[in-house]
Structures are given as C-alpha cells and as structure tokens.
Ligand binder design. Structure first.
Ligand code: SF4
Length: 448
C-alpha cells in the first residue's frame, strides 16, 4: 500500500511505532534495491506499508510522544511500517536537530545504508551526540555494494566510514552474508575494513529468502552452517571486534561473551570473548539476555566467570544503566519465561507454537527449568515460504496447517501463540485475524 499519509491506519501505526518501540519513522522509502531486501520479497497481498517522507509538522507531533528514558531509534522498521532510508528525507538534519533540542541527553540510534554520507552530513551528526549509527555496509568493495545493494555510488558509504572515525562518531557495522554473490574473501575483507575503521561491533546477518525471491539471490543449501564456521574462523584468526551472527547459533543458554568493545568497562575489567559468566552480583543468570540485563542494571557489578576451565572474578566499574561493552547473542528473555510460566497450570499440557529457532531455545529452557507441562510446536512458514523461519512472519494459515496436522488437539488445555505474529488489531502479515483459527475448542492466548 503506497501513499496513504494522512490515512487513519498510517496514523495508528506511526503512533504505535513511537509509543511501543520509541521509533521515530521519517520515511518508508529507500534509495537502494538490495537483493536481500525483505520488502522486495513479500508475497502479493502482504500487509507491509510504505510511506513517503513525513511532513515536519507531523514529525514534531510524534516527537513529543517519545520516551526520553530510552534511546530513540530512527531508520528501523516497527509494527507493519517499512523502514526507509532516513537520509533520503529532505529535512533529516533539521529534524534531528529539533529532536536533539527536545531531548538534550537521550541517545539516538540511526540505521542507514550509508549511501548518502558526505562530510557535511557527518559533521552535522557529530554535533548531535550522544548518537550511534548502524551502517548497513554489506561489502567494503565498490563492486560488492553495486552487486548486492545496487548502489551506484558505493564510494560514499565506504569513504563515509573513514569520516565517522575521523569525527569520532560511534557506529556498528552490519553485513548481510551473501558469499555466493560476493565471495568469502569479500566478506572477510569487509569485516577487516570495519574493524580497521573502528566499528564497535559487526552484525553478520544470514538472510532469509521467500518463495518469490529471485532464485539467483538465494544462497545454496549449507550456506548458513558455512557462515557460522566462517565467523568462528575469523575469531580464531585474531579478529578482535565483536562479531554477532543473526540469527545466532544458540545451543545452550550459557552467557558466553561473544566479544568485548574496546575501551568499555568490560574491557577495562579484563573480560574477553569466550568467557562464560557464572554469576552477576552472586546470582546465576538464566540466559544471555538475563546476564546482559543484569550487567546493564548494576552499578559496579561483581562477576564470576569461567575462562579455560578456571573461575575468575572481576568488578565491572560502571554506572547503573550504563552498557558494559560485553556483547552476547540473543537467546531468551527471562520476562517472557515468567509470562509463559503463568500459563502452566499443572493440570494439563500447554502447547506453545512458534518458529523453529525460538522453540529450540525454549526446549533448552524447558529442560533447564523443568517446565513439565509445556509442549512445543515448531510451525513452518508456508505463506512466506523459502527459508523464512521467524515468528514475526508466521500467519494464521501457517498455524492452522500445523494444528490440522495434530492427531489429537484435545490433549492440550491451552495453546500459546507469539504476539509478534500479529499487529495491534490481531491481524497477521497476510491480513487474517487470529480469531479465524480453528482449534477444536481448545482455548488459545496470544503471548508477548
Ligand atoms: S538499504 Fe535496507 S531498506 Fe533499503 S533496499 Fe537495502 S535492505 Fe531494503
């Protein structure tokens, strides 16, 4: 759906992006056409919305509803709104200046493809700190960016990273791994370039492709495994920058440090990649997410960690609320575990449905926490098809196909469905409402 600025649904989605995600959407338009862009692979009829650059007056209204207690995010998708390239908004710098005068101390996070970087833009951003960028570089070679992003002026992003370093603007690099298109050497050199230009971390994204993706863009089978091994090899070869695979390869809930950002409290405390945190303030974390949250929350948290089979201790000297600078893969949020536990009655089985990677983590949690009444069902994404495997893209049709395949649905007392599959009004990405699910009379709940 295009061009619906002013329509009630856009107003609603914009308000929710601000209120629920602290995202200020500037535009739904992008100036590039990446071969992996999820928006170009949606099956016809998918409810993902684009919108032109928003008028400044509307953005000023939205700004007033942001939460200054949390970082303000620009350039990321939220709700069903398509993320656009923020620097295509003709008034972007003025809008950021207004935002800074509204919220003098709140950190901003801006995600960009870097194609519109210039010294003028970067020097203006340097005056708006605290501000952190996430730069979708994908390839540090002109040929690579042209091929995978169809960027006709790739030098601007590549040179832009040098300027970010020069102007002291902190940034994270993001690289979509497409070794069948750009080659493993290009991937290795891109990570090396990001490390050289002092990126704080590098996210290596292993993309999913749908049933309508261009076949030539789709990586051959086995690429995901090879990418995980490639990341391990990079670490072993001495790459010091934290490398985070997305989706992460999570086979346990042990809080193992993926990497340490140079110069941060965790680096000063002597923590290193590969350390496994045993306790934070004498408490054993449930998961990596729990560990990270405890580290952020604590003032000078005391940690016990294991390195090379030996337990060691350290104090991470930092303020309460400050990020420690230790990077962990995402696994399981303890708040979500608490919510699921409230639905385990002990009288009968509760069936929780979701994507394969998420449910693999829940299987580990169910064993660790002895969640006896929890059954887990991994639902395939037939609507999007291809290699898509995330709960946000599961639809009513997918859930129904799974439920129809059960021999006895009545063995369950309750069915749990992830809230991320549905929007504020209960509709999935295909426009179907969860109330249209047929569950043979078994009650179901949507759980966040
Ligand atoms: S930069 Fe992002 S939004 Fe733009 S085409 Fe590439 S993936 Fe899509």
């Amino acid at each position: 759906m295009e061009n619906f600025a002013g329509e009630p649904e856009l107003q609603k989605l914009l308000a929710l992006a601000v209120k629920d995600h602290n995202v200020l959407p500037l535009t739904g338009r992008c100036n590039l056409e990446c071969v992996f862009c999820s928006h170009l692979q949606n099956p016809p009829g998918t409810r993902a919305y684009s919108f032109p650059p928003l008028p400044e007056s509307l953005l000023q209204d939205l700004m007033t509803c942001l939460d200054p207690g949390h970082k303000i995010i620009i350039g990321e998708s939220a709700t069903r709104l398509r993320e656009g390239e923020p620097f295509t908004h003709p008034r972007v710098i003025d809008i950021l200046k207004q935002l800074r005068s509204f919220y003098p101390a709140t950190p901003f996070q801006v995600t960009t493809n870097g194609s519109l970087f210039s010294e003028e833009v970067i020097s203006a951003l340097a005056g708006l700190q605290p501000l952190e960028l996430i730069v979708s570089l994908n390839s540090a070679s002109g040929e690579g960016r042209r091929k995978v992003m169809r960027d006709r002026m790739p030098g601007r992003a590549i040179e832009g990273l040098r300027l970010l370093k020069e102007y002291g603007l902190p940034f994270h690099g993001s690289v979509v791994a497409l070794p069948h298109l750009t080659g493993w050497d290009d991937l290795r050199e891109t990570v090396g370039f990001l490390e050289h230009e002092k990126a704080l971390t590098v996210r290596i994204l292993l993309p999913g492709f749908t049933r309508i993706s261009e076949p030539a863009s789709v990586p051959p089978p086995g690429t995901l495994r090879k990418c995980y091994r490639f990341i391990e090899d990079l670490r072993a070869s001495g790459v010091r920058i934290p490398l985070l695979a997305e989706p992460p390869l999570v086979t346990d809930l042990d809080p193992t440090v993926e990497g340490i950002i140079a110069g941060t409290p965790a680096a000063k405390a002597g923590l290193a990649a590969g350390d496994r945190i045993i306790s934070v303030q004498k408490r054993e974390p449930l998961s990596r997410v729990d560990c990270y949250d405890q580290l952020v929350k604590g003032e000078n948290p005391a940690v016990v960690f294991s390195r090379g089979g030996r337990a060691r201790e350290a104090i991470i000297e930092k303020k309460a609320g400050e990020r420690p600078g230790a990077a962990f893969s995402y696994d399981l949020d303890p708040k979500q575990v608490g919510r699921v536990k409230t639905f385990l009655s002990g009288k009968g089985q509760t069936l929780m449905l979701g994507s394969t990677p998420a449910l693999r983590r829940w299987e580990i949690a169910a064993q660790k926490l002895d969640l006896q009444y929890l059954a887990i069902g991994a639902v395939a994404s037939d609507y999007f098809g291809g290699s898509i495997d995330c709960a946000g893209l599961l639809t009513v049709v997918d859930y129904q196909a799974y439920l129809n395949g059960l021999t006895n649905m009545n063995q369950y007392d309750l069915i749990l469905l992830p809230a991320v599959s549905f929007d504020y009004s209960g509709h999935d990405m295909a426009g179907d409402h969860y109330l249209s699910l047929y569950t043979c009379g078994v009650p179901f709940k949507i759980i966040g």
